[in-house]
Design a protein around this ligand. Structure first.
Ligand code: AMP
Length: 187
């Protein structure tokens, strides 16, 4: 099964992806995590990406696609995956469609987790306390939400045209959201 998770920063995509990994037995591929690993490894690419990420802007499409292609070629991704954080704009959505066409793959589901913007800000503030991510400060979060609205939200419409979007209410507990996702994946 190949799934794309869509939703604003703080909508719970990462949390839900981790649960899905256990239930579906497919890997969670997060482009944000791939970038944070590159930063931790102090690679040239990581250092360049860090400046962009610390502002809350998007890293270049080519860099992210390159990392993603490499990750998708690994053995564990052959049986499917949960993609989190990609595509982040329409260009990336088209790049992914082209890549899938080359590989003879198709996307099964695009899950759009919908959360109230006030709730998102509160959740990120909580995550900032726990994880200490350098892009979870108030000013940067505001920019990330703006980037989401302008560049990422249209990706949901792109997949709606392909009839593969399921809207998931992101309110409630982690378990509540997880049950809603499971109900969708059963079909
Ligand atoms: P995330 O962990 O998905 O919230 O991503 C954290 C940051 O990594 C984002 O604010 C972007 O700067 C960068 N990033 C993650 N995924 C992408 C992507 N697909 N395209 C461009 N930048 C990305």
């Amino acid at each position: 099964m190949r799934i794309v998770l869509l939703g604003a920063p703080g909508s719970g995509k990462g949390t839900q992806a981790k649960i899905l990994v256990k239930k579906q037995g497919i890997p969670h591929i997060s482009t944000g995590d791939l970038l944070r690993s590159a930063i931790a490894a102090k690679s040239k690419l990581g250092l360049a990406a860090k400046q962009v990420m610390d502002r809350g802007d998007l890293v270049s499409d080519e860099i992210v696609l390159g990392m993603l292609k490499e990750r998708l070629s690994e053995t564990d991704a052959q049986k499917g995956f949960i993609l989190d954080g990609f595509p982040r704009n329409l260009v990336q959505a088209e790049m992914l469609s082209e890549l899938f066409a080359e590989l003879g793959l198709s996307l099964d589901h695009a899950l759009l987790i919908e959360v109230d913007p006030d709730e998102v800000v509160a959740r990120i503030a909580k995550r900032a306390e726990i994880e200490g991510r350098s892009d979870d400060t108030e000013e940067v979060v505001r920019n990330r939400l703006q980037v989401y609205k302008e560049q990422t939200a249209p990706v949901a419409d792109y997949y709606k045209e392909q009839n593969i979007v399921s809207e998931i209410m992101g309110a409630g507990t982690i378990e509540d959201v997880q049950k809603r996702i499971e109900a969708v994946l059963r079909f």
